[in-house]
Design a protein around this ligand. Sequence first.
Ligand SMILES: Nc1ncnc2c1ncn2[C@@H]1O[C@H](COP(=O)(O)OP(=O)(O)OP(=O)(O)O)[C@@H](O)[C@H]1O
Length: 839
Amino acid sequence: MPATDAFPQRDPLDASAALATLHPALATESAEETARQVIEAAHQRSQRFGLESSRTPDASPLARAEMDQTLEKSRVLRVHAAPVMESLYENIINTHSMVVLTDAMGTILHTLGDGDFVERAQRVALQPGVSWAEQNRGTNAIGTAIAEAAPTTVHADQHFLRANHFLTCSATPIFDPRGEVAGILDVTGDFRNFHKHTMALVRMSARIIENQLFDNAFQKAICIHFHSRPEFIGTLMEGIIACDQEGRVLAANRGALFLTGLGKGALETHTFSSLFGMPLNDLREHYRTVNPTPLTARLLNGMIVGLRADLRTNQRWITPGFAASQAPVTPAATDHAGPPPINDGGAAASLFNPPGGHQDERHAGRSNRLSSLRYLNTGDPQMQAVIAKAQKVIGRDIPIMVIGETGTGKELLAQAIHNDSPRARMPFIAVNCASLPDTLIESELFGYEDGAFTGARKRGSHGKIVAANGGTLFLDEIGDMPLQLQARLLRVLQERVVTPLGSNKSIPVNVMIICATNRNLRDMIARAEFREDLYYRLNGLVVKLPPLRDRTDLGAIVSKILLNEAAHGARYTVAPEVLDAFHRSRWPGNFRQLTNVIRTAIVMADGDQVIRMDHMPDDFIEELEQPMPEGMTPRAAPPSATPAHGLAPGLTDFAAFVPPNAPGMVGPTSDLGGGRFAPGAGLPPQPAAMPAGLADVMPRGDNGFAPPRPDHGAAPYAGNGAHPGGAPFPGAGSFPGERAQPGGWPAQPGWPAAGADMAAAGNAAAATPGNPTAGAQPRPGEPGWPVGRSLDQIELELIRRALETHRGNVSAAARALGISRNTIYRKFPELGQRTTDAG
Ligand SMILES: Nc1ncnc2c1ncn2[C@@H]1O[C@H](COP(=O)(O)OP(=O)(O)OP(=O)(O)O)[C@@H](O)[C@H]1O
């Protein structure tokens, strides 16, 4: 691909902008003349390729395997382009047009457009897998933009092939951080609807993608954002220069080339100090101060610029979601009626959530940079109500408290709120109060002065609250915050200042607080374990995330996860009996558990793209066998919960990617209200026999352990479940004595007792004031004593069980077992002990 050392100058619109400063007519004339020459040259090339305008060359899409490779190669581009394309499409909706993304060779990766037009476009092979390079399709905006490495409009009969004369196309290259063409973004429509502004939209959108690619490529570099008008920093116009830790320039975006007036090669011979006239250390020192003031510098060409630096040593800045701040347009995805037909030949998975196996990006996305409230809407009315409430307070100084069981997506919601807020360009810092030892929470949160305590880092630390300054602080498991720190946190919230440990200086801070808990804070207040004043400070807006078992959009969620987990273009579907089993499951681990079950099943399916019951993990089946705790009703598949078109709102984004499923199978497009399989057609098989691995651990019963006690799983949870905010907190109750909860398993008396540490631990986990049954446990050699299992396995089971009993509350489980939280995190790394900053 052509390297573009001077791409700003080659950009006709930039050139005409310069001429426009002399006289507007000059700019128009110049642009028209350039465009004419470009088309003429393209026609000549088309003829040289042996094309004839009256004959439309054959254009079969790439074979599946080749397409998969093409999609995989352009994964990063697609990940960053997808949300931008969506927003772009929202601008052109109902104009008989479509948005097209191609790779650098012109092969279409992804299209998104009005249904009627997409069909017409397919007739001329404007569809995924087909190459629109000039060699294949003659003069056209995509192919000619690649040839020219510049934005190109090709209108009606300017297309070389007669068959394409009904089109008008505006395409622009997307440059990667090295200045090479990474792909083409194009809007194609019916020529009768041509609009000059389309190209401007396409170019702005391409710039957004370029800036995101840049940000993604230099996550560990020092990034300098600058502009002669400081208010333009953070906009599409800003210059960005990435430097290594020694200050050597690694790369620059288009804006930087334009502002410095240097070519790419020339710029890369510079260092930070030679360009900005200040030593790198001064910059570092400046950013060590809290609330650093904006810096100004003089560029080599004499231009005075404002600059902001991302040092990215301690934590990453979170790039805002597109819709949050940079979008030229921002209507919500659901503003328009019906889903836009989207087609990428099966690439949906990675567009909205990088698939597993690409941990770097997913990790970058600990920030979930693509996460936005709109993506959380998969059709459940309770969830829609949560989203609507959150949207109302966004941008206001109202703290948000998210409650919900473990794994219901509390952190994801917090991140989405942040990403959709005006703070999106500032840090999102998550602190898990349960995963840090009490002694560390204080210094982690509030920071400390140089030498404040033994082991303190030289030069101190500002702490997470200061790190979140300007952005959002997410306090997960707030109920686990030690009492004495609650008072300090309250002071921060009231006075908006932080005083680091060992310091007498107060640092002003401005943070949005979102906290989360799966504990009943009201009860904690009653037990004097949580400060009431802090509670009222935190619960500005209280939203409760429904547990998975109560959601009506399970089908949509399964589809979404299947798409996310799909690797290499695979398209998984679940058999009807699996979906039915999913509907019957209690999902105590909620999203985390469902994702793991699906992930494991995909592996078990071993290439088979239809997930069946025999692919399900043993513990899922085992759990399914257990009777529902009293008071909990199995949920029926809720076809009526989804819109008439059969797709849950959030799923419209990608459902259409998936081809029709095999008859009777439930896949991403078929299980959502459309009912492609007849209810009952595939009756769920009876749960499989007790998996051997568990059967020999414990007597059969609840969860493969002991038979449930009749007095468990009944009333204690139903009542007295007021949760912060006053509404009932179904499934939570007051957890008297940390008893079992609905959705988890009743505490069991079936654990081995005397003679085994683990058994004692098991009792500790399970015994409650109302259940002093430890002495009744089987002893070694007695029926029920686990044989054939290693201590390790038993330990894991005990921890798992304690976690379930305590609704995933690691601290409570650790306390009950008499082990440290770290041990639990070590044994279950998927619980993700979060050092929890944004990076
Ligand atoms: N709507 C969703 N769609 C797909 N995956 C989701 C969704 N919500 C959450 N998840 C996934 O489930 C997992 C748990 O989510 P998250 O950490 O936000 O839950 P949580 O309620 O904060 O959990 P905990 O209480 O244990 O901290 C994550 O991997 C997340 O990506």
